[in-house]
Design a protein around this ligand. Structure first.
Ligand code: NAP
Length: 479
């Protein structure tokens, strides 16, 4: 399939309403076979500085547009994205590798944030606070200004709409730097945003050197906010770069999600929940089960059922019907999965299914049992289709093990015991807890982490706050 024939395909950057290219270009590859799909611009410093000024001018006009009108533009963008769901998903599968059915699911999920914030655009309420008798305290919520967004390759659409939709809803402008592996989904979304009526300069998409673009955006005093999704390492670096200009920050960073399966669970539900959270996007999600803790009373039966489901997964090209697991994003990702499997096996874990080593782009879904806290997979995010299963005896012990990590994004537990669900949900040091489900993402819910997993929340009514500043107005001497 020639990607250039897809109607929403675009390989130029969107800058102040114009589509620009550059003399230096960057290859975008299909992870299935590393063939070059197309090339995108490596923008130079002058253009990046200019786009900040353009976004600043555009924001001053956009914030004056009535919220109901901004809402209509976002609603129109939502409809266009859904009308082009199949084409957008095809672009995503070609550049990212995930199965087409998952890519379609991600487009619908990404669109749901646009729809959600098109509605929230009308609800950036302020406050009137009771004060001393002769004064009034008013709180206005105002758009923060020019925002920057830097996004990863694992969700090439949703990680963008989660940031762009709330920013546009409240009257901010935004400059998006998508991951270099997956810029085409971002550019296609931007093409539809222009068709929907987003004015020139309000949404800009830039590609090129992440270090250089990151440095210019973070150093600029015109850029008032950075929203970053990606690794904790890069997030910390960007946070330091934002310090001199005291920017508002949203950071959605790495995870190391525990799944706790108690004796009192519905076993089939728990096994399916683990499949859902572990193997979606070939395990390349930040909310992906990284450590699976199963209580001893059901341990052996859990392994038998998990093995049967994992062995039924079909590896393949994401564009082929029936594919459950696509290629990993690159060779480095495969090496990390292999390292975790080898480390676990060398320290006493037992292979249940999958493979001990792999020399292709494809990573066989792998389950190992009798895993312990001393193994690498207990402390590091694997980001691949590897399911390590730990055994535990008591609730207090598993809570301690689950919390024994620098990360605090998603966690999961499976139990039919009401008291246990409440006790353990409270005890888990995570931003999100899935109870009897492996699927927790939803535009209506506050998505985000604690500890080294980040700052801020995306989606839900709280998602608007990350793009707003409060202004307190004191009215005194009222007669
Ligand atoms: P990454 O290496 O941190 O890259 C993410 C983005 O940052 C890319 O656009 C990348 O650009 C850019 N970048 C890299 N170095 C930079 C620098 N020095 N300055 C400015 N930008 C820089 O992460 P990744 O490997 O793409 O994504 C996987 C990670 O994201 C995992 O840890 C995962 O858990 C996390 N994640 C978190 C969430 C969440 O919501 N918490 C969601 C999804 C993923 P280039 O591509 O051009 O290098």
């Amino acid at each position: 399939m020639d990607i250039k024939n897809i109607s929403v395909f675009e390989n130029r950057c969107l800058i102040n309403g114009e589509w620009l290219t550059a003399t230096t270009l960057l290859d975008v590859k299909n992870p299935v076979d590393d063939t070059v799909l197309t090339q995108v611009p490596v923008l130079d410093d002058v253009v990046i500085h200019r786009v900040i000024q353009d976004a600043d001018r555009a924001q001053k006009a956009w914030k004056q547009v009535a919220p109901a009108e901004r809402s209509q533009v976002l609603k129109q963008w939502f409809h266009l994205v859904m009308q082009h769901q199949e084409e957008l998903a095809t672009i995503m599968t070609l550049e990212q590798g995930k199965p087409l059915k998952e890519a379609k699911g991600e487009i619908a999920y990404a669109a749901s944030y646009i729809e959600w914030f098109s509605e929230e655009a009308k609800r950036a309420y302020g406050d009137i606070i009771p004060a001393a008798s002769s004064s009034e305290i008013l709180v206005f919520k105002e758009a923060i200004g020019v925002c920057a967004a830097i996004t990863p390759w694992n969700f090439p659409a949703a990680m963008i709409t989660r940031k762009v939709a709330p920013a546009l809803a409240v009257g901010c402008s935004i400059i998006v730097k998508p991951a270099s592996e997956t810029p085409l989904t971002a550019l296609a979304l931007a093409k539809l945003a222009v068709q929907a009526g987003v004015p020139a300069g309000v949404l800009n998409v830039v590609t090129g050197s992440s270090t250089k673009i990151g440095q210019i955006l973070t150093a600029s005093s015109v850029v008032k906010k950075l929203s970053f999704t990606g690794s904790t390492e890069v997030g910390a670096q960007l946070m330091a770069q934002c310090a001199p200009t005291i920017k508002k920050l949203s950071l959605e960073l790495g995870g190391n999600a525990p799944v706790i399966v108690f004796n009192e669970c519905d076993l089939e539900q728990a096994v399916q929940g683990v499949m859902d959270t572990k193997f979606r996007n070939a395990g390349q999600t930040c909310v992906c089960a990284n450590r699976i803790y199963v209580q001893s009373g059901i341990y052996d039966e859990f392994i038998v059922r998990l093995k049967a489901k994992v062995e039924a997964l079909k590896l393949g090209n994401g564009l082929e019907d029936g594919t459950d697991i696509g290629p990993l994003i690159n060779r480095k990702a495969i090496q990390k999965v292999e390292e975790h499997i080898q480390d676990a096996l060398s320290k006493g874990a037992t292979l249940v299914c999958g493979q001990e080593s792999n020399d292709s782009q494809w990573c066989q879904p792998t389950v190992v049992r009798d895993v312990t806290q001393e193994m690498l997979c207990a402390t590091e995010e694997t980001f691949g289709p590897f399911a390590p299963v730990f055994r535990f005896e008591h609730e207090a012990e598993v809570i301690e093990m689950a919390n024994d990590t620098e990360f605090g994004l998603a966690s999961y537990l499976f139990t039919q015991n009401l008291n246990q669900f409440l006790r353990v949900s409270r005890a888990l040091e995570y931003g999100m807890v899935g109870v009897n489900t492996g699927l927790i993402s939803n535009a209506a819910a506050p998505f985000g982490g604690v500890k080294s997993s980040g700052i801020g929340r995306e989606g839900s009514r709280y998602g608007l706050d990350d793009y707003l500043e409060m202004k307190y107005v004191c009215v005194g001497n009222i007669n």
